[in-house]
Every structure is written in C-alpha cells, then in structure tokens.
Design a protein around this ligand. Structure first.
Ligand code: C6P
Length: 422
C-alpha cells in the first residue's frame, strides 16, 4: 500500500469531519490581500508556501527577546537562543521520525542538503568508474551537484527513465543498478510533475545491492507524512520555506554511521573540537556539519511551523490536499486547449499544464492580472521539459489553505487566456 493510500484509508473522511479551510486561512495573514484589485489566489506553494502567524510570532519573539548567537555564550540570551534552536531540531526529529537528533543537520534548504552529501560523502567515497543513479524528473539541485562530482572523479551519471504519464520505469532502474553503483539520489515528489515516486521500493532495491539512497524531500515534506526509519533512506532533505517556515531553514537527515564517516562540508566556527596550525579535529554530530553562525531565527521558525502542522492534523491536511488536487485536475483538464503535463496515478499538490498556442509566460502574466499566482517556466527541471518537448509549463501548486473556489477562479482565468489568444 502506498503512503497516500494508507492516509486515505486510515484518516477520517472529510465528509465526516469537514476541513474548515476558512478557519485555516485566518492563520495566514498574507492571504488576506488583494492583487491587481482581485483577492490573492496563491497557487505557487511548490516554490514557497506561506507562513502562518504563529511562525511569524515565534520568529519575532526570538528577534525581540532572545536574539543572540548559539552554542558560544554562557550568558542568558545565548542560552535561550541555543535552547530554542536545539528545541527546533528535536521537533524536526519527531516530524521525520529520525532515531536521534544528531542525525538532523540544519541547512539552508534542500539544495544545500544535497550539496552537503555531495561534498561530504561523494567526494570521499565516489571514485573513477563509479556510477550514481538519479531519475529523469529531478530538480537541478539533484542533478548538477552529481554532474560536478562525476566530472571531478571520472564517475558516470545514470538516469532512471519515465513514461509519458511522468512515472519512473522501475524495470529500467533494476537494469541500471550494478556493482559500480555507489549512490542513488531521487526526489520523493517531482516539483514539475507532482508525481509521488515509490521511494520505499527504490530504496529497498538499492539496499539489496548495498547502495545508499538520498531522497530529495523538498516537495514531499510539505504534502505527505514522512518517516525516515520506515523508508529506511540513508539521507533525506527538506526546505523549510516550502513547508510554512521562513527561507533559510532546512534539514538534511543522514544515518549516524554515514554522517560519522563523512568529511565535513564547510570549515569554520562551531564545527571543530580543537584547532592548531598543524591540525584540526572536528566536533561530533550534528555540529561537524554546521560551520559558522546558522540561520537561527529561520530554524526556530521551522520548529514553530512543525508545531503548527501538528496542531492542524497532518494526515487530514494531506487528505484535503488530495481532494483539492483531484478537483483541480478534473476542472482544468476539461478546458479545451489545455493539456496537463504529468498525469501519474499518485500525485501531490502540483498541476502543470500548457495551453495550445500560448506561451506559459503569457499564461502566468495574464493570471497575475487576475490576482492568481502560479509559476511559469521550466521549474528548474529542464530535462523534464525536454522529455515532454515543451519550453515551459504553467504550474499551479496547492496547499491545505487553498479552496475549490480558488480552483474555479483559476479555471475562469485560463478560459480568459484562451479567449484573448483565440
Ligand atoms: N523547487 C520550485 O518552484 P531549495 O531552493 O534549496 O529550497 O529547493 C531546491 C529544490 C530541490 N528539489 C526539489 C524537488 C525542489 O522542488 C526544489 C525547489 C522550487 O519548484 C524552486 S526552483
């Protein structure tokens, strides 16, 4: 059973216990404004989601009452800041069900998380002739670092292909796995297509060959429930700004035994045990990977965002988003001239589409005039665009505070675009 099927089966139906979306919207001050004279319809959550008042309040409390550096001072404020920062780490641990807080490294986001593994693990353990497997639907953040590594080491990048629906071909994956494979790195949910990849299966097959797996969870942490122990992934990374927290917050999870044998990512303060001009020894986990002063306010905000998600009910939010996506898929695909890009059986949050004879950038501009925020472009996934032979797509991406009325507004605005260009 997939993670989504499990949530749909085990969570009370929204007909039994309705999702009070208007109540939820009250928590997000940014949603109350008008744009170009129209109520803001924010459908760019895959790029960055909005921040609830409780998270804003927690960040400003730190700035007002606790602002200070962490781990360095014996004074009152530094201790308060340290307690709040380390408290956020424990919230992250529980959120992804890591065994130990030391396995949760704070980073600026998924890009930095992947680069940390590339530098710390890849540069140490990947050698000439080795192979790294990614998938055909990766974000550039999970392509470029591995290409850089392959170039440096003389290793080879292999790619799991996908079908026209935007689903990975697991038989082809099996054929790629071999004794030269040293790492598999795939996204959990595709930002360009919305596909939920069967990562548990992908991990299990890699592990049979003794190969570690990194999961790019930038788009799954906000829209699914995540249990790194159940997945048994070796690394998992997420971005706070896509899950209702401020920019500059994020996490890379890694299994202790891997993190311990990796090289540090950056050198500097807080990641050392001792320094002489002859030699430096490194701090234990997680500090070894957190050089310099981190984004303290943002990471505390990430902890507050996790509290918020827990308070509204994770599973029910996922269920509501699934229902909204189903409604949007039916509504938008029924419009003549619209083609959906990405029609996998299991999807989360994302509806990518093109309109016949209209460039996606024009779609984005006209929708903006209607107060509707979508992303138009290649979504930092150019190989996906190449596969579907399109220059770009328009992408609506949903969160649990979006409504069916907003989907209707999107549909009307798309009809307007078609009218303008006909
Ligand atoms: N995708 C989007 O509009 P950062 O920028 O480090 O927080 O996340 C990078 C990243 C990595 N993997 C996936 C699957 C992603 O979707 C993203 C960010 C945004 O789709 C901005 S390009």
């Amino acid at each position: 059973m997939s993670a989504i099927e499990k949530i749909l089966l085990e969570t009370p139906g929204l007909e039994d216990e309705p999702w009070d979306v208007e109540r939820i919207r009250e928590d997000f001050p940014v949603l109350k404004q008008t744009v170009n004279g129209k109520p803001l319809v924010y459908l760019d959550n895959a790029a960055s989601s909005q921040v609830p008042q409780v998270v804003i309040d927690r960040g400003s409390k730190y700035l007002r009452e606790e602002h200070s550096n962490i781990h360095r001072g014996v004074h009152y404020l530094s201790q308060r800041a340290t307690t709040a920062y380390e408290g956020a780490r424990e919230k992250v641990r529980r959120f992804i069900n890591a065994r130990d807080v030391r396995e949760c490294i704070f980073v600026r986001g998924a890009t930095e998380g992947i680069n940390l593994v590339m530098h710390g693990y890849g540069r140490k353990f990947i050698k000439e002739g080795d192979e790294i497997i990614i998938s055909a639907m990766e974000h550039h953040a999970n392509i470029v670092p591995w290409q850089m590594l392959c170039e440096e080491k003389g290793a080879r990048l292999r790619v799991i292909p996908m079908n026209e629906a935007g689903e990975l071909l697991l038989d082809e994956y099996d054929a790629l796995l071999n004794e030269r494979t040293k790492l598999v790195a795939v996204n959990h949910v595709s930002n360009a297509l919305g596909t939920i990849n069967p990562v548990k299966e992908i991990i299990a097959r890699a592990h049979k060959m003794g190969v570690p797996v990194l999961i790019d969870g930038a788009q799954s942490a906000p829209h699914l429930t995540v249990d790194v122990q159940d997945l048994d992934c070796d690394f998992y990374t997420l971005s706070g700004h896509k899950m209702f927290a401020p920019t500059g917050s994020g996490v890379i999870y890694g299994k202790t035994e891997l993190l311990e044998k990796m090289n540090p990512f950056q050198g500097g303060g807080d990641m050392i045990r001792t320094v002489t001009f002859e030699k430096t020894t490194y701090a234990g986990l997680p500090n070894k990977f957190e050089a310099g002063t981190p984004a303290i306010a943002s990471q505390i905000g990430l902890g507050a965002a996790i509290d918020y998600l827990n308070s509204i009910g994770r599973e029910r939010a996922v269920r509501y988003e699934q229902e909204l996506l189903r409604y949007a898929t039916e509504r938008i695909s029924a419009i003549e001239g619209v083609t959906l890009i990405g029609t996998a059986r299991e999807k989360a949050s994302v509806l990518s589409f093109i309109i016949e004879n209209v460039h996606p950038h024009d779609v984005g501009t006209i929708l903006d005039q209607e107060g509707i925020a979508v992303r138009a472009g290649h979504h930092c996934a150019q190989p996906v665009m190449q596969f579907f032979k399109v220059p770009a797509t328009a992408r609506a991406s949903f969160a649990f505070y979006n409504t069916k009325e907003e989907v209707d507004a999107l549909a009307h605005a798309i009809e307007k675009v078609i009218e303008v260009f006909s």
